[in-house]
Ligand binder design. Structure first.
Ligand code: MEV
Length: 429
């Protein structure tokens, strides 16, 4: 199937459609074929799972939804999100709708560059060893690049070698950083292979002993950034702008608030990372380490008021994701998620992920600065409770709406309302 000529992420009434109709609408826009559509419906199958990890006994399903309304760098983007948490996808769609009023999200990045660390221990002259390693930079670069000619062919490979002497509890260590452009790979395999390949030569030239040879997930050379302007009139007025700035100011200085603030960002980020088959833990550890890079844990976003009184939101964080290798190329649903996003490179994907993180954070702060988040959460919670009480089809919506309005959400109340509605129905007949 061909991708629809006019792609729009603003699909009116999308949330009211049944799941099959939603998938049809998304498939049309993304150009998903019948096979891909049925794979998205089926999810991961046991034989596919059995090839991904060890000792498989089943598959663990997580809902996959689509966040609508995103405009990122002028492009309409439908965002697949895999999450178990209610309200996340609705909040992202809502935040994106407000951002699109003033053009959506603008993004940039520092490029797909990762670090691998090689730890050299037992060196009596660590500063001398540091210089020796730097004197061998060209030779070491060649040796590392020889391990991955394909990466080099596509413009990647080792771009620099940095060496630090780190004082530890058990004495000084020489720590070598290989700075590697990983192009469309997340890069863990590529950089780990290179680091392992260099270890023997590193021992030879320094006279030390190498232990660790591994990627650093603090991917501070793989930063993705996003910015959006939210007009005061589109987000509930100047008081909401001020409320968000107040909330954000606390998250900049107080780690207790920053942890929750960043958790909200990761609600969006992890959902897209997971949907595209990428390593959620790598991105999470990178984000939280980067949040502490100045020596104190702080928020990953900033909010300011521009000269027109509108809210300017920005985010910057490491986003180490890939499009080749790993589950992205193996998991059938992840493959479709990448197609739905319409990304051409890992760098594109990382910038979309940053935009989603900013949007998710904005939506949470806006709710917190105005009505609080419980109202949104409660209406979904009420639907779950109505279903638990045995309500079916339309009755779920009706009972949930009543319980949410009354602010009495319990299975007992749902059963009462069900009886009441049944009695009314019988009277009518
Ligand atoms: C809940 O999953 C996320 C929030 O707590 C984030 C925040 O407080 O900013 C709502």
């Amino acid at each position: 199937m061909l991708r629809c000529e006019k792609v729009t992420s603003r699909i009116s009434g999308f949330y009211k459609l049944p799941p099959g109709e939603r998938l049809k609408a998304v498939a049309e826009q993304a150009g998903l074929g019948q096979e891909e559509i049925s794979q998205v419906k089926k999810g991961l199958e046991l034989d596919q799972a059995d090839k991904m990890v060890e000792n498989v006994i089943g598959v663990f399903q997580v809902p996959l939804g689509i966040a609508t309304n995103f405009v990122i760098d002028g492009r309409e983007v439908l965002v697949p999100m895999a999450t178990e948490e209610p309200s996340v996808i609705a909040a992202a769609s809502n935040g994106a709708r407000m951002a699109r009023e003033s053009g959506g999200f603008l993004t940039s990045s520092s490029g797909p560059v990762m670090r691998a660390q090689i730890q050299v221990t037992g060196v009596s002259d660590p500063f001398g060893a540091r210089q020796t390693i730097l004197l061998h930079k060209d030779e070491l670069t060649r040796m590392a690049n020889d391990r991955d000619p394909l990466l080099v062919k596509y413009g990647g490979g080792v771009k620099d070698i940095e060496v630090q002497v780190i004082d530890s509890r058990i004495g000084p260590m020489v720590v070598v950083h290989l700075i590697v452009d990983c192009r469309d790979a997340m890069g863990a395999n590529a950089v780990n292979t290179m680091a392992e390949a260099l270890a023997p030569r590193m021992e030879e030239i320094t006279g030390g002993r190498v232990y660790l040879r591994i990627i650093s997930n603090l991917a501070d050379r793989r930063l993705a950034r996003a910015k959006a302007v939210f007009k005061a009139e589109d987000i509930g007025g100047h008081e909401v702008v001020d409320g968000i700035i107040q909330a954000a100011a606390l998250a900049e200085v107080d780690p207790y608030r920053a942890a929750t603030h960043n958790k909200g960002i990761m609600n969006g980020i992890t959902a897209v990372v997971l949907a595209t088959g990428n390593d959620t833990r790598a991105v999470e550890s990178g984000a939280h380490a980067y949040a502490s890079i100045q020596g104190r844990y702080r928020s990953l976003t900033r909010y300011e008021k521009n000269k027109d009184g509108d809210l300017v939101g920005t985010i910057e964080l490491p986003v180490a994701v890939g499009l080749v290798g790993g589950a992205t190329r193996v998991h059938p649903v992840a493959k479709s998620a990448v197609k739905i996003l319409g990304v051409k490179s890992a760098d594109d994907l990382s910038r979309i992920i940053a935009a989603v993180g900013l949007c998710q954070n904005f939506a949470a702060l806006r709710a917190l600065a105005s009505e609080g988040i419980q109202r949104g959460h409660m209406s979904l919670h009420a639907k779950n409770v109505a279903a638990q009480a045995g309500a079916k089809c339309d009755l779920i919506e009706i009972i949930a709406a009543r319980m949410a309005a009354e602010r009495r959400i319990s299975v007992d109340r749902a059963v009462e309302l069900m009886k009441e509605l049944e009695e009314k129905g019988q009277e009518k007949n």
